[in-house]
Design a protein around this ligand. Structure first.
Ligand SMILES: Nc1ncnc2c1ncn2[C@@H]1O[C@H](COP(=O)(O)OP(=O)(O)OP(=O)(O)O)[C@@H](O)[C@H]1O
Ligand SMILES: [Mg+2]
Length: 324
């Protein structure tokens, strides 16, 4: 398989809130730190990317974040203007005004047009070699297949002409696993893992785009092993608890000290339970992801989990996981 960062176009998807933006931002940072020219594109413009990098609000024009790293937000209407300008050689964007109105009409009437403009813009950046790697902070799993399948659908619909030749080159980029891939993010929980596996199963058949990696995010560290668990259960016994409370309070343990001991023991039991629940979902993920697809693990960040420092931390871990 082509190494992840050797590809040209990566889509990062997953259930809502699993860490898509964090990971897309970190992949961009990592690529740039490896000397690549990277563009990270927020498919749904909500300002999440500028919050991650703590930079100016991103727009359709790529913004330089740091050396080799650029960020943008998708805007389908701007994408249409750019397309028309490039293809029809219209002199100024201003003249395209009425077309943009027509666009709303067309986009509503013809399914896939809006999506084609999004995916088309990204493929175009790849084709023109403006960047070594384009990373997309993409839609959630539910909407993702539809967006990525749009070029396939339109290509099947249109047999000849300009639209056909436009979708042909897009499909060439999208269906080439050496160039394009999807990273599915999941947290070690029931629904995110279910959604990840469902998408992984449907991806290639419905969109022709290859699965490049599965990323398990917010993985809890294994704080306690089996031996520790036995120790905790021994400490939870009545006489041990009484003695611990006494240690806390000097000679005579009060009721408050006993409660503090109970709280610590309960916290340890909870940590073990939560970690064990997560581990089951991780096992399910590992067993269902095809062996040749890398499964990367990112730990739960207990400190600040957003902003440039967190992104840098995630990028460093991704580098280790990818052996870079
Ligand atoms: N490894 C991690 N450890 C702890 N918190 C994390 C981790 N990764 C992401 N987060 C936090 O989880 C929240 C969601 O992350 P993020 O915004 O990247 O997810 P998303 O999938 O892009 O969400 P949305 O679907 O809303 O776009 C954020 O508050 C982020 O800081
Ligand atoms: Mg996001």
């Amino acid at each position: 398989m082509t190494p992840l960062l050797e590809r040209r176009l990566l889509f990062v998807t997953g259930k809502g809130g699993v860490g898509k933006t964090t990971i897309a931002a970190a992949l961009g940072l990592l690529a740039a730190s490896l000397g690549k020219r990277a563009l990270v594109c927020e498919a749904e413009p909500r300002g999440a990317l500028s919050a991650a990098y703590e930079c100016e609000r991103t727009g359709f024009e790529p913004l330089k974040v740091s050396s080799g790293l650029y960020a943008m937000s998708m805007d389908t209407e701007a994408s249409l203007r750019e397309y028309l300008k490039l293809n029809l050689r219209l002199p100024t964007a201003g003249r395209i005004g009425p077309v943009a109105h027509a666009f709303d009409f067309v986009a509503t009437a013809a399914p896939g047009v809006r999506e084609i403009l999004t995916v088309g813009k990204l493929c175009w950046e790849v084709r023109e070699r403006h960047y070594d790697l384009v990373i997309v902070d993409a839609a959630t799993t539910g909407h993702f297949i539809g967006e990525l399948a749009a070029p396939v659908g339109i290509n099947e619909l249109v047999r000849v002409g300009a639209v056909r030749s436009q979708t042909d080159w897009m499909l060439e980029i999208l269906s080439d696993p050496a160039q394009t891939g999807v990273c599915i993010v999941a947290t070690p929980e029931e629904t995110p893992v279910n959604e990840a596996l469902e998408l992984a199963g449907r991806l290639e058949g419905e969109t022709g785009v290859a699965l490049a990696a599965v990323i398990a995010n917010r993985v809890l560290p294994e704080l306690f092993g089996r031996g520790d668990e036995e120790a905790f259960e021994a400490l939870a016994g009545t006489s041990a608890r009484r003695r611990l409370a006494a240690v806390l309070a000097g000679a005579q343990g009060s009721r408050r000290d006993a409660a503090a001991v109970d709280a610590v023991i309960e916290a340890a039991r909870l940590a073990i339970r939560v970690r064990r629940g997560g581990a089951e979902h991780l096992t399910r993920l590992r067993e269902s992801v095809p062996a040749q697809v890398p499964l990367l693990y990112l730990p739960y960040l207990f400190g600040r989990s957003h902003g440039p420092r967190a992104i840098r931390q995630v990028a460093d871990t991704l580098a280790e996981e990818l052996g870079q």
